[in-house]
Design a protein around this ligand. Structure first.
Ligand code: GLY
Length: 205
């Protein structure tokens, strides 16, 4: 197992899936568990999961001992093509989504599209919708490739290529405007209304 391979130099901390758990309470519990386990400034956080896990674990890393490195290992398509790239971390509050957080770029992002083979259809669709959006905002050729993929969804190699190309495009945008003062705002296209719907549904959607 992972813990056997890593020995006493590593611990596994878990959190439940779902946006409703992206809270200050989860952040505090995970931070406390790390403190109780005796982790120090030489800690590296590895965020294994979807976007909620990546955002919360990233925020834990951003604040633990005033900031330790994080490695993002996204396991959903949506996290691969959005949340794991660009360093946005944080939690939701009663006042809205992502209102407490930090920009904390990952030291590495490890993406293995093979894990998508067990992803539920609904989650796959969420990631594909985001990829259509990427094409709309940034790159007509990318949009055409996503369309090609959607008409022949069995082509796994094309999906891997689309993920890789988007990571490059998003990294270029983030490198030009990490703190979202200007250009990076285009990445929120569609998210703004989505965030409002999530908040109105009390994060059940
Ligand atoms: N999810 C939008 C961004 O990373 O800026």
């Amino acid at each position: 197992s992972v813990s056997e391979a890593l020995g006493d130099r590593a611990s596994i901390f878990t959190m439940p899936a779902g946006e409703e758990h992206k809270t200050r309470q989860t952040w505090a519990r995970l931070s406390d568990e790390m403190l109780e386990a005796g982790f120090g400034r030489d800690t590296v956080v590895v965020a294994l999961g979807g976007g909620v896990v990546g955002d919360v674990a990233g925020f834990v890393a951003a604040t633990f001992m005033r900031g330790v490195p994080v490695v993002q290992v996204p396991t959903t398509l949506l996290a691969m093509v959005d949340a794991s790239i660009g360093g946005k971390t944080g939690v939701d509050t009663g006042h809205g989504k992502n209102l407490v957080g930090a920009f904390h770029n990952p030291s590495a992002v490890l993406i293995d599209p093979l894990v998508l083979s067990t992803l539920p259809e609904r989650h796959l669709r969420a990631g594909l919708a985001e990829m259509i959006k990427h094409g709309v905002i940034a790159d007509a050729a990318y949009f055409r490739s996503v369309k090609e993929f959607l008409t022949d969804a069995g082509r796994a190699p094309l999906l891997a290529e689309l993920i890789s190309r988007w990571v490059q495009i998003k990294a270029t945008i983030v490198a030009r405007d990490e703190r979202e003062l200007n250009l990076r705002k285009i990445l929120n296209f569609g998210h703004t209304i989505g965030h409002a719907i999530e908040a109105a549904s009390d994060y059940k959607l």
